[in-house]
Each structure stands twice: as C-alpha cells, then as structure tokens.
Design a protein around this ligand. Structure first.
Ligand code: DAT
Ligand code: MG
Length: 139
C-alpha cells in the first residue's frame, strides 16, 4: 500500500544559489505538508552511504563530492500519493528534459547539479527519512 510520505533534499547547488525559500514555496504550493525540516551538511561518508545504490555508476565520485560540498536542506513531506506526485513536481533528472513548472526546470543547473532529490519509492522514502531524522523530529 502506498504511504503518504516522501523524502527530499534541497541540494548544495540550490542552497548556494539562495533558492531554499523559492523551492520550499513550490513544495508547499504543490500541496505538500512539511513534516520534518533541517539545514545540515553531509560528510563524504554520509553521501557515499546515501547514494550507495549508485556506487557502480561512472558519476558516483562526482555525485558524492557535490552532495557533501556544502549545506543541504533535508525534509520529510506529506501528501496523498506523495512519492509519485513529488517526482512529478521535481521533474526529470536532467533539467534539459524537465517539464515547465517543475522545480528542476526552474532551478537545476545540470544533470549532476539538479537542485533537489526526491525518493523513488515508498520503501526508499522511509529509509531515506530515517537516515536523516530521528522519529522525535517528525510531526
Ligand atoms: P534522480 O535524482 O532523478 O532520482 P538518479 O537516482 O538516477 O536520479 O540519480 C541520482 C543523482 O545522481 C541525480 O539526481 C544526479 C546524479 N546523476 C544521475 N545521472 C547522472 C549523470 N548521467 N551524470 C552525472 N550525474 C548524474
Ligand atoms: Mg533517484
């Protein structure tokens, strides 16, 4: 059964560009409730662990370096059909392919520095949320 939560990160490129507020507004305007929220920074080890599923991909080293180079915003979001609807709101991985009105169309720089993360399944949303937050930080 689908759960009603997903997990997101506003990535270092978007934080550096001053787009935290703009992106949170798109998220709440999109009907998502913010359940947990923090500004934090991943260590190299954190980024490696979070993206372990991509360890064999050629861009893994670049991805780990990028994701740990500066602050990120981590959040758990709630909405009916959250995982799928949030993937629609963020748009395609490559901003060149992202639809108008999506977060990546508006704020992503490139396929590697693409402004936001969104979980790809209910199972991963739960794992990724737990990676960043203790249960007592969820509302
Ligand atoms: P998504 O973030 O849309 O779920 P993904 O899970 O396939 O995309 O990849 C995770 C991240 O890795 C992605 O947000 C940016 C980076 N990435 C993916 N494909 C890439 C590529 N071809 N070159 C550089 N970075 C890439
Ligand atoms: Mg993914």
């Amino acid at each position: 059964m689908a759960t009603n939560r997903t997990f997101t990160m506003i990535k270092p490129d978007a934080v550096e560009a001053g787009n935290i507020g703009n992106i949170l507004k798109m998220i709440t305007d999109g009907g998502f409730k913010i359940v947990s929220l923090k500004l934090t920074q991943l260590t190299t080890a954190d980024a490696k662990a979070f993206y372990a599923v991509h360890a064999a991909r050629p861009f893994y080293g670049e991805l780990v370096e990028f994701m740990s180079r500066g602050p990120i915003v981590a959040a758990i979001l709630e909405k009916e059909n959250a995982v799928e609807d949030f993937r629609t709101l963020i748009g395609a991985t490559n901003p060149a392919d992202a639809a108008e009105g999506t977060i990546r169309k508006a704020y992503a720089k490139s396929i590697g520095e693409n402004a936001v993360h969104g979980s790809d399944s209910d199972e991963n949303a739960a794992i990724e949320g737990a990676f960043h937050f203790a249960g007592r930080e969820e509302f």
